[in-house]
Write a protein that binds this ligand. Structure first.
Ligand SMILES: Nc1ncnc2c1ncn2[C@@H]1O[C@H](COP(=O)(O)OP(=O)(O)OP(=O)(O)O)[C@@H](O)[C@H]1O
Ligand SMILES: [Mg+2]
Length: 243
């Protein structure tokens, strides 16, 4: 469960995220969408405790991030758009290292299926420099899932993957939501988001324009038409329509 109330993030005087409130329940996948610079990455970084919020409260699995950051962070994983890895640790050593940081016992039994799921088991003894971009992303995701978090934040998880990789990533996200995880992801690939998300939140200049189930948001911007897709909703909601 994620509960966000009045989240504001300022960089100096510049408000990148303003008075944002929403909740995501277990089993739900919220798609965070908005034009470049709308505040998606800033929001995700605040929710994950990577950067401090300027105002508002964030509760992750019942733990208030500002008051009990360790419990909140134990319950979550954040997958940035640019995975950061250790140049001199192999794939296996990354997993061992993360397991020690999070105190994951018997981590080999968790790590192996993750490496299999993300198809990097045969790269277990290689260094990041020897992996492709997509493989590095998969390693970062395997590391983040090792402590079996209930709340998952993905920043642009589908960008840079090949078509099969995209399908597998979508399936991984959907499978984890069905198993009870609470998920927020940002993406510009709106046709793919439609297949993964149960809910969407549209941001523009740091402010929430709309949120709800896909059907609810579609209804709001449909102008009475049926079958309006997320791309059209996005364009109408953010004022980017060419028509
Ligand atoms: N570290 C920072 N210092 C100052 N301003 C920042 C910083 N990070 C982001 N911003 C500003 O905050 C705003 C929101 O940026 P953010 O990266 O959250 O947008 P985004 O929605 O993720 O965009 P994109 O779709 O391009 O990834 C932008 O105007 C950006 O210039
Ligand atoms: Mg971003």
């Amino acid at each position: 469960m994620i509960e966000v109330q009045g989240l504001t993030k300022r960089y100096g005087d510049f408000p990148a995220v303003r008075e944002l409130s929403f909740a995501v329940r277990p089993g739900e996948v919220l798609g965070l969408v908005g034009p470049n610079g709308a505040g998606k990455t800033s929001t995700l970084r605040c929710l994950a405790g990577i950067i401090p919020a300027s105002d508002g409260t964030i509760r992750i699995a019942g733990h208030e991030l500002a008051i009990d950051p360790v419990s909140a962070k134990r319950a979550l994983a954040f997958f940035p758009d640019e995975p950061r890895l250790f140049e001199y640790l192999t794939v296996r050593q990354h997993l061992n290292f993360v397991a020690r940081i999070y105190g994951v016992r018997d981590h080999e039994t968790i790590a192996r299926p993750l490496l299999e799921e993300f198809e990097i088991l045969d790269k277990a003894d290689q260094l990041p420099g020897e992996l492709s971009r997509g493989m590095k992303q998969k390693l970062a995701i395997a590391c983040g899932l090792l402590h079996q978090p209930q709340v998952l934040f993905f920043d642009e998880p589908l960008t840079g993957l090949d078509p099969l990789g995209i399908r597998r990533m979508k399936n991984s996200i959907i499978r984890r939501a069905r198993a009870g995880a609470t998920i927020v992801l940002s993406s510009h690939l709106l046709h793919l988001l439609e297949e993964v998300c149960t809910h969407v939140l549209i941001l523009k200049k740091g402010e929430k324009i709309a949120d709800g189930t896909l059907a609810e948001v579609a209804q709001r911007f449909s102008n009475g038409e049926s079958g309006v897709n997320l791309e059209e909703i996005f364009l109408r909601a953010t004022g980017g329509s060419e028509d």
